[in-house]
Write a protein that binds this ligand. Sequence first.
Ligand code: ADP
Length: 265
Amino acid sequence: MEHVLELNQVSYSYHTKEGETLALSQISFSLKKGEFIAIVGPSGCGKSTLLSLISGLLTPESGTIRINGKPLKESAANIGYMLQKDHLFEWRTIYHNVILGLEIQHMMNIHTIQRANELLELYGLGHFKSSRPSELSGGMRQRAALVRTLVLEPELLLLDEPFSALDYQTRLAVGDDIGQIIRKEQKTAILVTHDLSEAISLGDRVIILSDRPATIAQTLPLTFHLKEDTPLERRNTPEFKQYFNLIWKELNHHGKAIQTASLTD
Ligand code: ADP
């Protein structure tokens, strides 16, 4: 099966007046269609740099990145983002926020508008189409931000600490909610987080990065024996704790400045 994303021996350094900082070294991994991977690592190890390389904002110093078998530069693949801030505009209604990407990319047509309306209904935002972002809860706003991304039919979704601005209780509920939507839509996704619990509750695999320069310390496939495999159900399993301890140990072995959320924070 062809991979949606393939990184082969990717390295990247920042060059400043003070000198050269090697941020990433020899990173290789790939993602199949519909896979959801979580990337964890110590603060400042190179997680955001990795996402910037995958989104084409930065170019690797060495190594290759391929999307659907094509070099990133030649690929017209649509990449979607979900960030810490929802970036919804208060001067637009929820509906007009959701179709903003379609407008900018000149993709407004009967089918895409119908899809936007369907997604709004499907994910409980039908009644809020005319509302302003400030009238919605943090969780609903994140849903609206995700719907805005999904209407563009991204082949790959990049999630950069998307829940870290929310309080702990909301973060659990929204993480569960957004995780299930992404699964339902069968999206291929990469979640970057410093929250180990989030990574374990959402991913098919966890890639653990070492301290800077980031290398892959370990790749951990996640298997849960659950009738209904949801992020919240995962949190109550014995496997969850085992995975947490495993990743924690690996991070402590490879990194020093770890800022991770504990199991109970
Ligand atoms: P993370 O997302 O894991 O916290 P980053 O990818 O933001 O880490 O940064 C990795 C390292 O690269 C940082 O420790 C920092 O020293 C360096 N770095 C990041 N951005 C720049 C930049 N614009 N110029 C120089 N160095 C940078």
